[in-house]
Design a protein around this ligand. Structure first.
Ligand SMILES: [Zn+2]
Length: 452
């Protein structure tokens, strides 16, 4: 009966939302396609790498979210070899972004910070919140601060103390890793590309697909590009992603390496255009097969979809003709940026209705120049707010305070810097987003960046 109910519900949801939100947004007819014939060159699939030279121990904390009463509870902690030199450096600097913030206090009083997730829906999509810290030991205490789903205020939600000797170490997971491109900088960030939905016989295909990615960062003139190293990690999956299906009220772990699937358990309108972990602990265990700063799930799929969420995931379909655009747009979300397009239903990156100002760098509820977080990009002769007719093009702007962005969320208050950007349907990042990405990379490298 439950199964039949699930099927009926799935058809009803697909019918209802298929009508209301027929087009995925950003509209695939508007966003740039890959130049035809782009393929990685033979031999560009990188070289074998001994991960030990890159890995640092990290301590991962998992907090469960209870949907029934909205409470948080301690779930587990584990030491794993997913850390990097940059993670160790950045963790000592407070991260004011993220809707869920973890603070680890060591015995000597040193504090380590980790933030994750954009908006309150995030809790119901991942269900377990994961925070990564350097692999410190001794008597440790953890505090969770979470966005209130009504007021948007960040409030203390949980404290837990524990002794590091009671925490297990994650057993190594066998994967094949290849270094696609190495930064020449001493301080760098690891962009680690994971195979998901590739069968064992598609190993070669995965490495060729992954090898296209560094070139896309070049084409989009990605900020601080020289600070990035690219690592590709393969492990076979039993199941492909396939097309979105509603699988009933119980969440079934998807049998792929990372276990990512369309979040049918959370109907926010566009669940079939994104993927989230069906089992957050499995997702994190698989990521921990290699060190990472920016994990990218490359999923064997030709459908048009994509997802990015702050410090949680970037996932894109390997075989879609909008591959490069989707990669840049979704990685923008991973770095904190929000939508600069309108329509398509509410975004799952929506903040609580009572929030005074979204922490995403490229949307604002401000109405005056004085309070505008990107005012340094707005010429004094540009009126604020800025009416749409003033917009010329991506080269000339003018950058200002235009009504829009944030998909269909809070349409009365949301404003954006311009009318063209990768975070809408453009083929380059606007100056506000470029500066935001550069600042985030500075922070993630261990530099201190506090400007809001
Ligand atoms: Zn932008």
């Amino acid at each position: 009966m439950k199964a039949i109910y699930g099927l009926i519900r799935a058809y009803f949801i697909c019918f209802l939302f298929g009508q209301a939100f027929a087009n995925p947004y950003p509209d695939p007819d508007l966003v740039p396609s890959e130049p035809t014939g782009i393929r990685s060159l033979p031999g560009s699939e990188g070289r074998s790498v001994d991960l030990k030279s890159l890995q640092k121990e990290s301590l991962r904390v998992s907090i469960a979210w209870n949907q029934e009463d909205g409470s948080y509870s301690w779930k587990s902690a584990i030491y794993e070899m997913s850390g990097t030199g940059s993670l160790n450096r950045k963790a000592k600097n407070f991260d004011w972004r993220g809707s869920f913030r973890g603070v680890l206090t060591a015995e000597d009083g040193t504090k380590y910070y980790s933030s994750i997730g954009t908006g309150y829906t995030f809790r119901s999509l991942v269900r377990d919140l994961s925070f990564r810290f350097p692999g410190v030991d001794g008597l440790l205490s953890f505090d969770l601060y979470a966005e209130d789903s009504e007021s948007g205020e960040i409030k203390h939600a949980l404290s837990h103390s524990f002794e590091s000797s009671t925490i297990p170490k994650l057993a190594p997971i066998e994967v094949e890793s290849r270094m696609l491109e190495e930064s020449s900088s001493d301080d760098f960030l690891l962009v680690t590309i994971y195979a998901d939905g590739y069968k064992a016989f598609e190993r070669g295909r995965f490495f060729r697909d992954a090898a296209k990615i560094p070139g896309i960062f070049d084409r989009y003139q990605f900020p601080a590009r020289s600070k990035l190293s690219f690592l590709a990690v393969f492990a076979p999956s039993n199941d492909r992603l396939g097309t979105a299906a509603h699988k009933g009220s119980d969440i079934k772990p998807h049998d792929s390496f990372l276990g990512l699937y369309y979040p049918y358990w959370r109907n926010f309108g566009r669940w079939y255009h994104v993927v989230y972990p069906t089992d957050e602990l499995k997702y994190r265990r698989s990521l921990a097969s290699a060190p990472y700063d920016y994990p990218i799930a490359l999923i064997k799929s030709s459908e048009y979809w994509g997802v990015g969420n702050y410090n949680e995931l970037t996932a894109i379909p390997s075989d879609n003709s909008k591959f490069g655009y989707l990669l840049m747009h979704e990685l923008g979300h991973y770095l904190g940026l929000n939508e600069e397009y309108e329509g398509g239903g509410k975004t799952e990156l929506e903040f609580a209705p009572g929030i005074a100002e979204p922490w995403s760098q490229n949307i604002t509820f401000a109405t005056s120049r004085e309070n505008l977080k990107w005012k340094k990009f707005v010429l004094t002769q540009t009126p604020v707010p800025t009416l749409a007719y003033r917009w010329k093009n991506a080269s000339k702007g003018p950058w200002g305070l235009y009504k829009g962005g944030y998909a269909d969320s809070d349409k009365k208050r949301s404003h954006k810097p311009g009318m063209q950007c990768v975070m809408s349907t453009g083929d380059r990042f606007c100056p506000v987003c470029s500066a935001a990405i550069e600042a985030k990379i500075t922070y993630d490298l261990g530099g201190f960046e506090l400007s809001k």
